[in-house]
Write a protein that binds this ligand. Structure first.
Ligand SMILES: NC(=O)CC[C@H](N)C(=O)O
Length: 465
């Protein structure tokens, strides 16, 4: 079977092509002469699977999209506190090349406008590093993210440098304000060089997918961007990535994003998909007209808006409580029946999922509460089985809450069997800390055998068990 996804992407491009509005960036002459018929889109999944359509081999300069990745490098090299001392995180509502500093703090408003980006550039490697060392570090890092060696487009670099008065003005303003300490001309040159690195949409989609994948490159498995920086970068992409169009973008598209004046845009939906689009004609805010249209369409058609509450935590975690009646010796004597309770979780469990398990445990096994129907009904259960067989992951708070539940059940003297074949509970590390631990098994049969061995024979009312 042929995947429908590339056909769909082609359809999205065909629709975007009808939009003739906008003009390529005029202030960099090489960009002003760009072939405006070029149009491309790519999607990279967090496992690295890539889809693309249109002119997906055509290279263009990364421009301001580099700002997101260089901000991550600045955080890595200078540390977040130092970076926050120098660059704010508030949307400016100004154009990207505004000569402005935040009132009171004198910092650039955010790292996505040029003032903040030039500052971030100056923090890469070290404040007194040479321009060459910084650009080399940036080129190397962007190449690792793209998964291939990238190059600076010297023609674009020279063209921008020749008319760089505005950015030079920003550089001098930063130096005068004490935000940068190096030679402002060197910082601006380095920044312009970082903007002139050539990419295609496939490179950008892969770079974006690495951010989606918590900084781990989908193919190499390398942690290229530290996890904590990813959160910071995605936050400022959300609030400031589309300059003075940030609010429109968040409400319409709802995906952290960054655009560049050569016509590229990346969208980065955490945990899901990295998007890249390219078309040189820009709107008055400096964002690609067709690129924006493509992202809007993808978000609408594929339900990618991050604030679209279509997935409730309840749906990802199914807590099923099956009451199993035991009593091998006198199965027909109700007084001899002993219960084994089974709680099953499913999916990627976070706080809300682990809260549901905790709630189910307290409801079923706690003291009867007249206000909660059915509460305490099984407080005498002889054994409890917690199945994590269908759990894909537990985040740190979910794991902590489940461990706390387990400790409390053990402290009550309960017999506890945990089905955890993928070791999502990270049991060994925790076990070392506490004396008591549950019986950990691989599957339901082993759980049943264990329970049988201690005198309760579980008889399921639930076919799933
Ligand atoms: N928005 C952009 O892509 C701007 C980048 C460009 N190099 C500039 O500084 O003007």
């Amino acid at each position: 079977m042929k995947s429908p996804i590339p056909d769909y992407l082609q359809h999205v491009l065909d629709k975007a092509r009808d939009n003739e509005a906008g003009a390529p960036a005029a202030y960099i002459d090489v960009l002003a002469r760009a072939d405006t018929s070029k149009l491309a889109v790519a999607l990279a999944m967090v496992d690295g699977n890539l889809y693309s359509a249109g002119d997906d081999q055509v290279e263009f300069s990364i421009q301001s999209i580099s700002k997101a990745f260089v901000y991550a490098l600045a955080i890595e090299d200078a540390g977040l506190p130092r970076v926050l001392e120098k660059i704010g995180v508030e949307p400016s509502g100004d154009r990207f090349n505004q000569l402005s500093l935040e009132r009171g703090t004198n910092r650039p408003m955010n790292p996505m406008i040029n003032a903040g980006a030039i500052t971030a550039h100056s923090l890469v490697v070290a404040p007194n590093a040479t321009a060459e060392a910084r650009t080399e570090r940036i080129l190397k890092s962007l190449s690792r993210l793209a998964g291939r060696q990238l190059h600076v487009d010297e023609e674009v670099y020279e063209a921008e440098l020749k008319d760089a008065d505005r950015n030079m003005g920003i550089g001098h303003m930063l130096k005068a304000a004490g935000i940068i300490t190096c030679d402002p001309r060197e910082a601006v040159k380095g920044y312009i060089r970082q903007c002139a690195i050539n990419v295609n949409v496939k490179d950008l989609a892969m770079m974006s997918a690495t951010l989606c994948n918590a900084g781990v490159h989908p193919f190499s498995g390398e942690q290229i961007i530290p996890h904590a920086s990813v959160r910071q970068v995605l936050s400022v992409m959300t609030t400031c990535g589309m300059y003075d169009a940030a609010g429109d973008w968040v409400s319409n598209v709802g995906i952290p994003a960054k655009s560049g004046v050569a016509g590229g845009i990346i969208g980065t939906l955490p945990g899901q998909v990295g998007i890249a689009a390219f078309s040189p004609k820009l709107d008055e805010r400096g964002n690609s007209v067709r690129g924006v249209a493509i992202c809007e369409q993808l978000s609408r058609d594929m339900g990618l808006h991050m604030m679209d509450v279509s997935q409730i935590a309840r749906a990802t975690v199914q807590t099923s409580v099956a009451t199993l009646v035991a009593g091998e010796h006198e199965p027909h004597n109700p007084n001899c029946q002993r219960e084994v309770l089974v709680f099953k979780l499913r999916g990627a469990v976070r706080f809300a999922g682990s809260e549901r398990l905790t709630r189910a445990l307290t409801r079923e096994l706690g003291q009867p509460d007249p206000k909660v129907p059915g509460s305490g009904a099984h407080s005498q259960a002889c054994a409890i089985v917690l199945s994590f067989r269908e759990v894909y992951s537990l985040n740190f708070i979910a794991r902590r809450l489940v461990h706390e539940d387990i400790e409390r059940l053990l402290a009550e003297g309960r017999i506890l069997v945990v089905i955890d074949p993928s070791e999502v509970l990270h049991w060994d590390a925790e076990k070392a800390k506490t004396g008591k631990h549950p019986k950990v098994v691989e599957n339901e049969t082993e759980a049943r055998d264990y329970i049988g061995g201690i005198g309760c024979q579980a008889v399921s009312r639930d076919q799933g068990w």
